[in-house]
Write a protein that binds this ligand. Structure first.
Ligand code: SF4
Length: 584
């Protein structure tokens, strides 16, 4: 960040109008278009003209649409003699607004050039007022780099409380229930969260069927059924209705099978069939809601069950996620949206879209099931780690920050947790979080994080130093599927198969290697969108595993690609992918 820059809300002044007209003459844009734009801005209360100065010197103007987090215009003042002032101006804006986008004229190749150099990427091409326009989204990886050590004015400053409860090692059901009661008591008691006769939705994590294999419980993958059962029992004397709701991520149409798999019918509904029910959020009716600030996705479809609930209690698991670093309170709500929304989150920017869900679905209470956590290659294929803990609180960011410190991980390393804190959703700083219960140091036990191996093969080179954990984790996940014997020659691995043309895989916003168009180039994610025309682009931020599988296995047409889900699910995923890629 450049010090000494100020951003002040101004008006639609004559000097701004003149600067706009001068700039558009040079692009060139017709005067009628300029006049139309000016009128549109003046009529839109969300459009703010910011005057930008550095140490008293006028740098220029940013016309910013706060409802869509989009730069409508950015202009240098006559006093500005250095193009880098544009960088300083954007720095000042992201210091205040974090993740922003911009709309630029397709003809404006000069602006396109410097915006790409800064870290914006062309995510959509469309026509506005009959003029071709490009939507430029800022790379989240670049945002984090430029905001390192900076605390935006909108960041959280209030103190939050997070409770930690140690459960006896024996983990009997009465001990778990007692622990849960103690935890809720530490946070102010159940009455604080649930009023008599209200409808309460419990959202556990039952991401897949991996948590119970051949009748044997595999800890740390899904929320322990005993925790959900104890919570239902605690709620029943007060609540009018208790709904246990989830939308599984693997084999999405099969949440109801997951409920049966984990015994929810027998163990939960049977507690009081008149009051307790199960809802599959993947097939629930939906309501479309606008996202405040409109960062990345402007609206999200939310299941009606969550929208109508008087109180939501989120119950994630204490576990590692190979791309998000952890899957705790913030990541957990990915399971709360319908399948197409889950998929779209990846395409438009998973980290921001996870934060966005929390604007629309607001659990009154989060309780992390840390009876058994999961380390290494979570959220499904890691190793169980017994922790005997429950961690709870009202603010999901503070809850994640405490849980991550207990796991021995810096909360700022998880992109969605960091983004949520930068955007004022909650604190990650220890001084802003009061921990009720044992000291973090007394219960802390470092979780093994997955080793991300991005080494390529004989003719495959990977350029990914600048990528955030998202693309790195997902690419690692798919590369492991290439590290097996090549059916054409079993003495080598598939990844070492020789190719006529060298293969390069680029990820992250920057790389040192010049792109050689004679080679086979594969570009990953929004960060590499500006290079898409020079090879194969795999869309997303991070690209969904399915997209990377399709992209990389395209190099091996004779090899059957790994299945991400069963056949009917594969078909649905294919349809969803097609739907997203052909959206206007
Ligand atoms: S495209 Fe990949 S590297 Fe870039 S911000 Fe998204 S996940 Fe991170």
């Amino acid at each position: 960040m450049t010090p000494g820059i100020t951003l002040k809300k101004g008006g639609f002044s004559q000097s701004l109008r003149e600067a706009l007209e001068d700039y558009y003459k040079a692009v060139p844009v017709s005067p009628s278009c300029t006049a139309m734009k000016w009128r549109e801005w003046a009529d839109n209360p969300n459009v703010i003209p910011f005057r930008v100065t550095k140490d008293g010197k006028k740098l220029g103007w940013i016309v910013y649409n706060s409802a869509e987090s989009t730069i409508e215009e950015i202009l240098r003042d006559k006093e500005s003699t250095d193009e880098k002032d544009l960088f300083h101006m954007v720095d000042a804006l992201i210091a205040r607004e974090t993740l922003v986008a911009a709309e630029i004229l397709k003809e404006d190749t000069d602006r396109y050039r410097w915006m790409v150099e800064y870290g914006f990427r062309p995510t959509r091409f469309f026509t506005k007022n009959n003029v071709p326009v490009i939507k430029m989204d800022l790379s989240t990886s670049i945002l984090f780099k430029r905001l390192t050590g900076h605390k935006p004015p909108g960041a959280y400053r209030r103190k939050e409380r997070v409770a930690v409860e140690k459960i006896p090692e024996s983990q009997t059901y009465p001990e778990i229930k007692k622990g849960l009661e103690n935890l809720i008591k530490k946070l102010g008691g159940l009455k604080r969260f649930v009023k008599p006769d209200q409808t309460v939705v419990i959202k556990p994590n039952i991401v897949s069927d991996h948590g119970l294999k051949d009748g044997v419980w595999q800890g740390g993958i899904v929320t322990d059924t005993r925790v959900v059962k104890a919570l239902v029992e605690i709620l029943l004397p007060v609540a009018g209705k208790v709904i246990v709701a989830e939308g599984s991520s693997i084999n999405r149409s099969e949440t109801s099978k997951m409920f049966a798999h984990y015994g929810y019918d027998q163990q939960l509904v049977s507690l009081d069939p008149r009051k307790v029910s199960l809802v599959d959020l993947n097939t629930d009716e939906q309501i479309e809601k606008s996202v405040p600030g409109g960062k990345r996705m402007h609206s999200r479809k939310i299941p009606l069950t969550l929208e109508k609930a008087d109180a939501i209690i989120s119950v994630p698991v204490l576990k590692i996620h190979f791309a998000a670093i952890v899957s705790l309170a913030i990541k957990h709500l990915q399971g709360a949206v319908p399948p197409l929304e889950k998929y779209m989150s990846h395409f438009f920017g998973l980290w921001q879209n996870l934060v966005n869900i929390h604007h629309l679905v607001k659990p009154k209470l989060t309780i992390i099931d840390g009876l058994v956590g999961q380390e290494d290659f979570g959220p499904i294929s890691g190793t169980p780690k017994k922790m005997d803990l429950l961690i709870g609180g009202i603010n999901p960011v503070a809850v994640d920050a405490v849980a991550m410190r207990i796991m021995g991980i810096d909360p700022a390393t998880s992109p969605p947790v960091l983004l949520a804190s930068l955007q004022g959703m909650g604190p990650i700083e220890p001084r802003l979080i009061e921990v009720i219960g044992p000291d973090i140091q007394d219960v802390m036990s470092p979780f093994q994080q997955p080793e991300i191996d991005l080494t390529g093969g004989k003719d495959i080179t990977i350029h990914g130093e600048s990528a955030c954990p998202g693309c790195r984790g997902y690419l690692h996940f798919v590369l492991t599927k290439l590290r097996r014997p090549d059916p054409k020659d079993t003495s080598r691995l598939l990844i070492d198969r020789p190719f006529e043309k060298k293969v390069n895989i680029f990820l992250g916003p920057t790389h040192d290697r010049e792109i050689n168009r004679e080679e086979h180039n594969i570009f990953l994610g929004i960060c590499q969108l500006h290079n898409a025309h020079q090879g194969t682009h795999l869309p997303g931020c991070p690209p969904h595993a399915e997209v990377i599988v399709n992209g990389l296995f395209g190099l091996f047409p004779d090899v059957e690609k790994p299945k991400y889900a069963n056949e009917s699910e594969e078909k649905k995923l294919g349809e969803m992918l097609h739907h997203i890629l052909t959206m206007a």
